[in-house]
Ligand binder design. Structure first.
Ligand code: URA
Length: 457
C-alpha cells in the first residue's frame, strides 16, 4: 500500500516545493482510478497555477498523464501521420479547415480534439453541431477511418490519456486553465498517447488566449516542442495572435458554417491566412511539400479545386454526420432569436477583447459554466466588423444568435464593453507571430527555460 497521500502533495506544491517523480506518478494514477477525489485534484491544480512546475516536473506530469491509458502508436502503423492542436482561442475553427486540407493533399491526419475550455471553443462541440456526427470513436474505429479516409476527427476517448480527460473537465470549471505546465502536459499527454509522426501546435497569444504575452506563449511553445521532439515526434509550434476573435463567427454551428466558407474560398481573410499557413507548415514538415511556399500553393489548390471541402464532407458522412449540412450550411442548427447590436458612435474599431466575447458566447449557451453542462450548438455571435474597420453610429456591429430575446438583451452590454474605439485609423496587429521548432530552440537543453526574447506582446 502506498504511503503517499494527496493532502501532503497539495501542501508541498502550495508551499512552492517540487514534487518527486514518484509523487506525481502516484497522484495522476490515483486520480485516474478515482481514488483521489476531484476536490483534492482541483486544489492541487490551483497550487500548480500559483507555484508553477519545474521542467522535470512538467515532463513527469506529461508522461504520467500519457501513461494513464492506452498508447495508439499511430506512427508505427501509418507513416507519416499528422496531428494539429491549438492551445485554445475564440472563433478558432482552423482545425475544421486545416485537417481536411492536409488530408486532401495526401498526408493522413489523426485529430483527437477537446471540448470547449473556459471562454474558448472546442472542435468536438463544433462538429457535434452537425446532426448525427459521432465523435466518441474507439481506437479501432479511429484507425479504420484513418486508413480508409486519411482523416479521423474524434473526441478524446476514455482509453487515451484518461487522466487528461478528467483534469481537462475539472480545469474548465475551477479557473485552473492558464498555466504553462498544465497546458503543456494536457496537450502533449494526448499527443504522446496517440503517437503521430508530425505535430503542428498553434500557440495562441493575446486577449482571447490563455497566455496573454508573447514571452509566455513562446515558453509554452518551447516546452511542448521539447517534449514532442524528446519523444520522437517531429513538432513545430506556430504562434498566432488572439488579440481579437478569429474570423467573424463565434459559436459552434456558426463556426462550422464559417469553416465551410473558408474551404469554398469565401471565408474571412484572417482565418484563411491562418489555415493556409498551418496547412503549408504541416505539408512541408512531413515532406509532402518541398517547402512552406510549395505547401502554401498546394493548400490553396485544395481550396480552389474543392478537394478540401469534399474531404470534410466525406469524413462527416463516414462518422455518421449529415453531410448535407456541410454542402448547405444554412441547414445547420439556427438560433430562434437573432438581433443586431449597432455601433454606439462613429469611429474606428481599435480593439475587440476576445476573452470578453468568448464569455458572452459561453453565457449565451455556446460553452459550459459547470462540468457536464449541456451546450446549445446554434447560439453565438457574428462579428460584422473587425479591428481597423470604420463604422458610423448605428451601423451593424454584431449579430447575436440567442435562445430568447431576454438572453440576447443580457448579452448586449458585455458585448459592447469588449470594444475599444478610436477616432484615428487603426490597423490590426499581425496574425502570424513566428514559430518554434527544434532548429530554433535555444541550446541550453533545459526544458522551458530557453525563452528567446522577441519582446513581450
Ligand atoms: N488544449 C488542451 O488540450 N489542453 C489545454 O490545457 C489547453 C488547450
Amino acid at each position: 500500500m502506498s504511503t503517499l497521500n494527496a493532502v501532503e502533495l497539495i501542501r508541498k506544491k502550495r508551499d512552492g516545493g517540487a514534487l518527486a517523480s514518484a509523487e506525481i506518478d502516484w497522484l495522476v494514477a490515483a486520480y485516474t482510478r478515482d481514488e483521489v477525489p476531484d476536490y483534492q485534484m482541483a486544489a492541487f491544480l490551483m497550487a500548480v497555477v500559483w507555484r508553477g512546475m519545474t521542467p522535470p516536473e512538467t515532463v513527469t506530469l506529461t508522461r504520467a498523464m500519457a501513461h494513464s491509458g492506452e498508447h495508439l502508436r499511430l506512427h508505427e502503423r501509418i507513416t507519416p501521420v499528422a496531428d494539429k492542436h491549438s492551445t485554445g482561442g475564440v472563433g478558432d475553427k482552423a482545425t475544421l479547415v486545416v485537417a481536411p486540407l492536409v488530408a486532401a493533399r495526401g498526408l493522413p491526419v489523426a485529430k483527437m480534439s477537446g471540448r470547449g475550455l473556459g471562454h474558448t471553443g472546442g472542435t468536438v462541440d463544433k462538429l457535434e453541431a452537425i446532426p448525427g456526427m459521432r465523435m466518441d470513436l474507439g481506437g479501432e474505429a479511429f484507425l479504420a477511418l484513418l486508413l480508409r479516409h486519411g482523416l479521423a476527427l474524434a473526441a478524446q476517448s476514455s482509453a487515451l490519456a484518461p487522466a487528461d480527460g478528467k483534469m481537462y473537465a475539472l480545469r474548465d470549471v475551477t479557473a485552473t486553465i492558464d498555466s504553462i505546465p498544465l497546458i503543456a502536459a494536457s496537450i502533449m499527454s494526448k499527443k504522446l498517447a496517440i503517437g503521430p509522426s508530425h505535430l503542428l501546435l498553434d500557440v495562441k497569444v493575446g486577449s482571447g488566449a490563455f497566455l496573454k504575452t508573447r514571452r509566455e506563449a513562446r515558453r509554452l511553445a518551447e516546452t511542448m516542442v521539447r517534449i514532442g521532439e524528446d519523444a520522437g515526434v517531429r513538432t513545430v509550434a506556430a504562434l498566432s495572435s488572439m488579440e481579437q476573435p478569429l474570423g467573424r463567427a463565434v459559436g459552434n454551428a456558426l463556426e462550422v458554417a464559417e469553416a465551410v466558407a473558408v474551404l469554398r474560398g469565401e471565408g474571412p481573410e484572417d482565418v484563411t491566412e491562418l489555415c493556409l499557413h498551418e496547412t503549408a507548415l504541416l505539408l512541408a514538415m512531413a515532406g509532402v511539400a518541398a517547402d512552406e511556399a510549395d505547401g502554401h500553393e498546394r493548400a490553396a489548390r485544395a481550396i480552389a479545386s474543392g478537394e478540401g471541402l469534399a474531404k470534410l464532407e466525406e469524413v462527416v458522412a463516414a462518422q455518421g454526420g449529415d453531410a448535407t449540412r456541410i454542402s448547405d450550411p444554412a441547414r445547420l442548427p439556427r438560433a430562434p432569436w437573432r438581433e443586431l447590436v449597432k455601433a454606439p458612435a462613429a469611429g474606428y474599431i481599435a480593439g475587440i477583447d476576445a476573452e470578453r466575447v468568448g464569455h458572452v458566447a459561453v453565457h449565451l449557451g455556446a460553452g459550459r459554466l459547470r462540468n457536464g453542462d449541456a451546450i446549445n450548438h446554434a447560439v453565438g455571435l457574428v462579428l460584422l466588423a473587425k479591428v481597423g474597420d470604420h463604422l458610423e453610429a448605428g451601423q451593424p456591429l454584431v449579430e447575436i444568435h440567442a435562445r430568447s430575446e431576454a438572453e440576447a438583451a443580457s448579452a448586449r452590454a458585455p458585448l459592447l464593453a469588449a470594444y475599444r474605439w478610436s477616432e484615428a485609423p487603426v490597423s490590426a496587429s499581425p496574425l502570424l507571430l513566428g514559430s518554434v521548432s527544434r532548429e530554433t530552440l535555444s541550446g541550453d537543453g533545459v526544458l522551458g527555460d530557453g525563452v528567446s526574447g522577441d519582446g513581450d506582446a
